[in-house]
Design a protein around this ligand. Structure first.
Ligand SMILES: Nc1ncnc2c1ncn2[C@@H]1O[C@H](COP(=O)(O)OP(=O)(O)OP(=O)(O)O)[C@@H](O)[C@H]1O
Ligand SMILES: Nc1ccn([C@H]2C[C@H](O)[C@@H](COP(=O)(O)O)O2)c(=O)n1
Length: 660
């Protein structure tokens, strides 16, 4: 999995109308290819609309390292081609970052050079399968060293590439392009046949550069040793990026949006066909051809989508859009079923698992299939989902949150959005969405006497974060009930008292002075009687509602450790780290006994055990906000652990999930 970045938490909220025109950035696939083919051409290639995303910039930098002069001219890029045989040996490793397209396409190119080179990538890319390009390139005579067919890929100098007739077992434009690029260096005709048609930008662009290339159904043939001529290339808007705004507009209650100049190449338009089949009001205006590519303005209007069985024939032409299509399915009426898409497991993440896990956390009725998923639309719940460093999954979850402003959705693992869509947050803000980076919360829930308070205070001190002792709030209400002789059975009276509670927490060294009606009450709150009364008033829904905002207000920079019973399940549902502490009741009674004895209070363990068990029962069986671990909580049994050991485990989880 990709590395997690500090406080990589984002959320989008949106309540307004969605209208107007929207300029989507340039196509990623075409941008990569334009700079590679421009480099191999003779003369100048001017590229307008080049996508300056991390992935495409990785390709651009590699071409520069191979001796190609590429300069910016306003928004355009000007590439001075060096001809097919003009690339120079690089000084060091060639870093593709997160870009699968860069690594696979450049493999075809580097395999054919008369110098050695090494392609490297980030952690995610280094786990992705490269055997699919190594196999055909080796058949062409390439010598590529790799560990289990993954990056780094080391290319030995090529003697002479052999033309081959390759039948690819998968429909992959990256494989096809790698073989075609290597085929440029072979004598004779290199042919690639695919089981289904994959995107054909390489073929279109090679023809534009003057290459002798034939397409016959699923078969593409290229004649080696061409003279490529520099071109002017206008990169259209990326349909994969546009797809996010298609789903946004269709699922928004009040949208009429025009996405300008979108690439609608028939090998890429699966998302449009699928959304139309789901009942989406999505139309193509002013269709035209630019630089060999079909483009149109895409009009999106609010629609009620319905679930469908996605036709397998559409999968290759929508392969990058399934993360956001899964969101469309989660917001549609009925069930959407996808099969035959096992390839999704080999993208920047295993997109089937990442998307289905995330949707399940948001309460969507869905399940993984070996080669797809089944998703039934319905309401979303609040929650924190992980994009796992996969740009398309992260953006999809963010838009799901924006489409359901009534729930609180936080997405982590967004740090790779810049690999394909650096303008994403700017664009959504231009459309009226609110982008926030929520203050991180660690919730620590568990039963009475388990050590929540002790651990939370130590953790907050260690992190330098705020501390919420929510039990103290319920105990303060309980004290008020006892002091003012209120009736614990009168729900309306208790709710009023909860709303009007004059309670404040004042920092006092590592602890807080708790003031109720202006009086310091720390010691009184800790009495067993007060705890017991708190447990009696806490089940009342109106009381909990009245105290909710007071607890949420503790979420202040730089972070919050929240201790209680329902911190992870109700109050901070979208917390990036949820911990649930348990310990057997006997151990908790022993700890409490020791604690009270140190304070000079003499009670029998047997009585404490009985009270603890009664409180456990009341807290965990109540109808509202019962004491249960959140679905995504990390459960730690502290029965045999010291306080330091518990803290060390939690600090370890903080390092993994929040990283501060
Ligand atoms: N892992 C542990 N090992 C031994 N003693 C512990 C451990 N954790 C906590 N204690 C001790 O147990 C007692 C109860 O802990 P603490 O008050 O933190 O529990 P709590 O879960 O916050 O209880 P409550 O729900 O009643 O507020 C304290 O005296 C504390 O020092
Ligand atoms: N988030 C919370 C915190 C506390 N309560 C109730 C239930 C407990 O028995 C009681 C006292 O809590 P403690 O100070 O022992 O943590 O308050 C709750 O319902 N929800």
């Amino acid at each position: 999995m990709a590395e997690k970045h500090p406080l990589d938490l984002h959320s989008l909220t949106f309540t307004g109308q969605l209208s107007g025109r929207c300029k989507i950035p340039g196509d990623k696939s075409i941008s990569h290819r334009s700079v590679i083919l421009g480099s191999l051409a003779e003369g100048e290639t001017r590229i307008s609309g080049f996508l300056r995303s991390e992935d495409c910039l990785a390709t651009l930098n590699i071409m520069r390292q191979l001796g190609v002069n590429i300069v910016e001219d306003g928004d355009d890029l000007v590439v001075t081609g060096v001809g097919l045989h003009g690339l120079q040996p690089p000084a060091g490793h060639l870093d593709c970052g997160n870009a699968g397209t860069a690594m696979r396409l450049l493999s075809g190119l580097l395999a054919a050079q008369r110098f050695s080179s090494t392609l490297v990538g980030d952690e995610s890319l280094s786990g992705r399968p490269m055997g699919r390009v190594i196999t055909p390139l080796t058949q062409m005579g390439a010598q590529i060293k790799s560990d289990e067919h993954t990056a780094p890929l080391e290319f030995s100098p090529s003697i002479q590439m052999k033309a081959i007739d390759y039948h690819s077992p998968i429909a992959s434009a990256q494989v096809k392009s790698a073989v075609l690029l290597a085929g440029l260096y072979a004598d004779g005709v290199t042919t690639v046949t695919e089981p289904n048609k994959s995107r054909d930008h390489t073929e279109t662009m090679l023809k534009g550069f003057g290459c002798n290339l034939q397409v016959d159904g699923l078969k593409v043939s290229v004649h080696g040793q061409p003279h490529l001529r520099g071109q002017a290339i206008k990169v259209p808007a990326d349909v994969s990026s546009a797809a996010f705004f298609m789903v946004l507009g269709l699922c928004h209650p009040d949208a009429d949006l025009l996405l300008e100049n979108v690439n609608i190449n028939p090998t890429r338009d699966g998302v449009i066909k699928i959304l139309q089949a789901m009942g989406g009001r999505l139309s193509l205006e002013n269709p035209r051809t630019e630089a060999g590519e079909a483009v149109a303005d895409v009009r999106i209007q609010s629609s009620q989508l319905r679930g469908i069985d996605i036709p397998e024939a559409l999968i290759p032409s929508a392969i990058d859009e399934f993360p956001v299509l899964f969101i469309a399915a989660a917001l549609a009426n009925g069930t959407t079923r996808l099969t035959g898409a096992e390839e999704l497991r080999h993208k920047e993440s295993d997109r089937i698992t990442v998307m289905i896990k995330g949707l399940q956390l948001l309460g969507v009725d869905c399940k993984e299939l070996p080669d797809g998923a089944e998703i039934t639309g319905g309401p979303l719940h609040s929650g924190m989902v992980d994009g796992h460093g996969d740009h398309r999954c992260a953006m999809s979850f963010l838009l799901a949150g924006a489409l359901r402003p009534e729930v609180d959705t936080v997405v982590r693992g967004c740090h790779n959005i810049d690999t394909s869509f650096p303008e994403f947050f700017t664009l959504v803000e231009q459309l009226g969405m609110r982008h926030q980076q929520p203050v991180p919360v660690v919730t620590i829930d568990g039963p009475s006497g388990v050590g929540k308070g002790t651990t939370s205070a130590l953790l907050a001190a260690r992190l330098g974060w705020h501390l919420l002792d929510s039990g103290a709030i319920y105990r303060s209400l309980a004290l008020k009930v006892m002091n003012d002789d209120l009736d614990p059975a009168n729900e309306a009276q208790l709710a009023e008292a909860a709303k009007a509670l004059r309670l404040s927490f004042q920092a006092d060294g590592q602890h807080a002075r708790i003031l109720l009606d202006g009086q310091q009450v720390n010691d009184q709150l800790r009495s067993e009687a007060c705890g017991d009364m708190a447990s009696q008033v806490a089940p009342i829904a109106a009381v909990r509602q009245a105290l909710l905002q007071r607890q949420k207000a503790f979420q202040q920079p730089p972070g919050l450790v929240a201790d209680g019973r329902d911190m992870g399940t109700v109050v901070f549902k979208s917390a990036p780290l949820k911990v649930f502490l348990t310990a057997n009741a006997e151990e908790r009674a022993k700890r409490r006994h020791k604690q009270l004895k140190e304070k000079g209070v003499d009670v029998k363990i047997r009585d404490l055990l009985r009270d603890i068990e009664a409180r456990d029962h009341r807290d965990s069986t109540r109808k509202v906000a019962p004491l249960v671990p959140a679905m995504d909580a990390h459960v730690i049994d502290t029965s045999d652990l010291s306080i330091e050991e518990v803290l060390a485990q939690i600090m370890n989880l903080v390092g993994q999930h929040v990283k501060v």
